[in-house]
Design a protein around this ligand. Structure first.
Ligand code: 4NP
Length: 161
């Protein structure tokens, strides 16, 4: 069974689809596509069915040369059973996820994405939606750092034979 990751933000059109696509890019480079799988979701219903935000796609193409694929969906409490690790982009996302787990049974599965950063000191991935292009570029930089740390963590903690 592959190790399953779910990235979560508010709208599932900026931060979490970027995290999903960047992580998939690193997983492919590492030859681990059969061992780790990724998905993303939003805590809100605002953009269900929408593709990633164009401004985010421009930043990902410019900085990493990757395309952002995906269609927004809303986080659902069944995701607690379906995924091994749930990565929240900010504290608000983190709390909205845990509200859907009243038993607190799966609390340990939910982590803040920036906890995996080693080069950046920000504790949250800032919401870029109402800002300019520099915010979208910053999201990419933070997510590359966090995804690299997350991949190393999974390789050492979960995929050891
Ligand atoms: P995301 O960004 O949570 O990173 O996808 C946002 C997208 C949409 C909105 C806010 C943040 N919105 O308010 O519609």
């Amino acid at each position: 069974m592959p190790y399953k990751l779910l990235f979560v933000c508010l709208g599932n059109i900026c931060r979490s689809p970027s995290a999903e696509n960047i992580m998939n890019h690193l997983i492919e480079q590492a030859g681990l596509s059969n061992s780790i799988v990724c998905d993303s979701a939003g805590t809100s219903s605002y953009h269900i069915g929408s593709p990633p935000d164009r401004r985010m796609s421009v930043a990902a193409a410019k900085k990493l040369g990757i395309k952002l694929r995906g269609q927004a969906r809303q986080f659902h409490k069944s995701d607690f059973q379906d995924f091994d690790l749930i990565l929240a982009m900010d504290r608000q996302n983190y709390h909205h996820i845990l509200i859907l787990d009243p038993t607190q049974h799966d609390r340990e599965k939910v982590r803040l994405m920036c906890g995996y950063c080693s080069k950046h000191t920000l504790k949250e991935v800032p919401d870029p939606y109402y800002g300019g292009p520099e915010g979208f570029n910053q999201v990419i930089d933070l997510l590359v750092d966090a995804c690299e740390g997350l991949l190393q963590n999974i390789i050492s903690q979960q995929l050891r034979t």
